[in-house]
Design a protein around this ligand. Sequence first.
Ligand code: DOR
Ligand code: ZN
Length: 350
Amino acid sequence: MTSPSSITIRRPDDWHVHLRDDEMLLAVAPFTANVFARAIIMPNLKKPVSTTADATAYRKRIINATSKSAGGSGFTPLMTAYLTDNTSAADIENGFKTGVFTAAKLYPAGATTNSESGVTDIEKISAVVEKMEELSMPLLVHGEVTNPEIDIFDREAVFIDRVLEPLLSKHPALKVVFEHITTSQAVHFVRAQGPRVGATITAHHLMINRSDMFRGGIRPHLYCLPIAKREGHRLSLIEAATSGEKSFFLGTDTAPHTVHAKESACGCAGIFSSPAAIEMYAGVFDDAGALDKLETFASLNGPAFYGMEANSDEITLHRETWKIPETIDVGGGEKVSPFMAGSEINWMIS
Ligand code: DOR
Ligand code: ZN
């Protein structure tokens, strides 16, 4: 089968992005906003974006940082609420009804970067979850248990049994996005639910397995949460992403940390993929012989899940080799290292 030398798709959206704040925001946001029309913005700033007022202010800062992006037509940040044990259902309702919040994010406390203020017990937010169910407001889930005795490679699969399945049974109309899935158990679970459950899949989880983190030595820039799993899981994710099924859509989870913070005795979790994200997804779909499914995954399934129109403009990618930069300056003398830094990539945005 011959593969095309270029592909044109509706402009994609990124349904899971960390843009950070201040100088880092200014440095990284254009990579997302130049390509994607909309993005779901993660609320795990050092001081979490937990109220409608916080999100209104953060949205302004993002718009200032990206005002000339997305093909000139303007980039739209879609804001999320960081749920805590003390989140007010009334504020979530107000934020959603006034168009500030698109969704709310559940970080189990201690699961990942800046999740210390997250939810300690799902029961503590049952009033908020009931309200979200009533409003059809999506709950975005970091799906890992936090019990230290559970092996890090099992935390997603255990989360399905202990938290997600009971949550969905208790709230039969709740819309849920199982974020950045990494296991075949998650693929099977999402498939078995109806249209109210979706899942995002990152480019890096389609490209690396857990052995890659230790290829020739320890590679801190490949460390993220959920951590990459065995090869069989990666193959399940590729199969799901390229299937065209409506439940699976693009979410890069691009999550920049400075080189200092990554290359440390206790390095931060997060992979910064936005400088070549759509190009890397195109490479994965191409290798799988599924370029014809890229648009469905990147540009159609996400908006359909969120009840939005797909974008009307288009982007074209063509086959051309270029090199991902080693580092990107983020101000204050600090740098971030993109995913696959220094490697060649075979697709380019025209
Ligand atoms: O690797 C990750 N990095 N996983 C997350 O869930 C959070 C993210 C971050 O904010 O750095
Ligand atoms: Zn994330």
